[in-house]
Design a protein around this ligand. Structure first.
Ligand SMILES: [Zn+2]
Length: 390
């Protein structure tokens, strides 16, 4: 799934007054230990059948029915699927997209709304950096890209070591000499791998790095990493490069990544709340966050995992208001009410490349209204600075 594809989903909107609907379907497989029960496909079918019933009851037209029928077909075949899945459909606009996703989507759900429901996707994508996983030992390196659980090998570096010193027999001159040669070769290999990581980083191929190697090799390899490559390192795991399988690499790296994402989101959210108090680069509460969004100041947006709030949206100019006013304060057009303002905020964040982070049980954020933002700048302060400068 590319950024452009996500942006396309975020820009999609139908006119509900004409009976059209944007269908979003998320399939969450059972956790591995429950997989033998095969409940997941039954749950998925029930969810779609329920949606078919309510669509019929509310007199939704044929195109919605056609989309639901097609999703029901798909759900019937999901038995045994260990990956998550998302479908976005609107046959009235001839739109159908299916995506395989990591199995962290919360629950199997279906949504029929004027826009695609992107919260499960945003929660998943929000914090995902372009990740490089480097598997390194004394003579091999395999370099992978990890994007949303999708692990792809990008390249390998191999410098096979000279015959092992042990084969020279006794601990005589020959043996010691060969040993030194082998460690010199390993050192050159580590240098070459570190150099490759640096140039790939400079080309923008990756943003964050995870290293998998044997504990014994780490200090030697780490010493060759360029300082700004090291700054981008988010963790390491122990593995034997010669024997490790791709599944195992993905699982280890995924665990390191999740830990990093959770810690980083939590630290940044506390920062936003602190900055808001000191009138710096942060705001809290829906009203102020909406204002910062409209003035283009928001860099990172933080939402409590269960956040939901009513608001109104202007269908004419797009203005969002936390006060449930009937006419838009910006253009006077009649507003429409949103049951959950997140439905409008998430697409804005995606379209503008604003980082979106969801947090579970974050005391600072919860006390500050469960929504906060870090700002790129503050328009009021910047104006002040310009005035001082002139
Ligand atoms: Zn307006």
């Amino acid at each position: 799934m590319t950024r452009d594809e996500i942006r396309e989903l975020a820009s999609f909107q139908v006119d509900e007054t004409k009976g059209a609907c944007a269908l979003s379907f998320y399939f969450q497989p059972d956790p591995p230990q429950d997989r033998s029960h095969r409940r997941e496909a039954i749950v998925a079918k029930d969810v779609v059948k329920q949606a078919l019933k309510s669509a019929a009851a509310s007199g939704k037209n044929g195109s919605v029915h056609a989309d639901l029928d097609r999703v029901l077909d798909l759900a019937t075949n999901l038995r045994g699927n260990a990956r998550g899945k998302a479908v976005f459909a609107c046959s009235a606009r001839n739109f159908w997209k299916e995506y395989e996703l990591p199995p962290h989507l919360g629950a199997t759900r279906i949504f029929l709304q004027p826009r695609f429901q992107l919260k499960p996707l945003a929660a998943l994508l929000g914090a995902q950096p372009a990740l490089c996983v480097a598997m390194v030992d004394r003579q091999r390196a395999r370099v992978f890209d990890l994007r949303l659980d999708d692990l792809r090998e990008r390249g390998a570096i191999v410098h096979m070591l000279s015959r092992n010193s042990a084969s020279y027999g006794y601990n005589g001159y020959e043996g010691g000499h060969a040993e030194r040669r082998v460690s010199e070769e390993a050192l050159q290999h580590f240098k070459a791998v570190a150099e490759r990581l640096r140039t790939d980083f400079e080309k923008g191929i990756w943003e964050r790095l995870i290293v998998g190697c044997q504990d014994a090799n780490w200090p030697e390899f780490e010493a060759h990493l360029h300082p700004y490559v090291k700054q981008r390192l988010i963790g390491r795991f122990s593995a034997d490069v010669a024997s490790v399988g791709n599944e195992e690499i993905r699982d280890h790296a995924g665990a390191v990544l999740n830990r990093w994402i959770t810690e980083r989101a939590s630290t940044k959210a506390s920062e936003a709340v602190d900055f808001a108090k000191s009138n710096g680069r942060g705001v809290t509460g829906l009203r102020r966050v909406l204002r910062a969004l409209e003035s283009g100041e928001v860099q990172t947006l933080f939402l409590a995992d269960n956040y939901s709030a009513r608001a109104v949206e202007c269908p004419n100019c797009g203005h969002l208001d936390a006060h449930l006013v009937t006419s838009c304060v910006a253009c006077g057009h009649l507003t429409r009410e949103l049951n959950d303002v997140s439905d409008a905020i998430i697409p804005i964040a995606i379209r503008r490349d604003i980082e979106l982070l969801y947090l579970k049980e974050h005391a600072d954020l919860d006390h500050a209204g469960s929504i906060a933002a870090l700002l790129r700048f503050r328009s009021d302060q910047r104006t002040g600075q310009i005035a001082v400068a002139s």
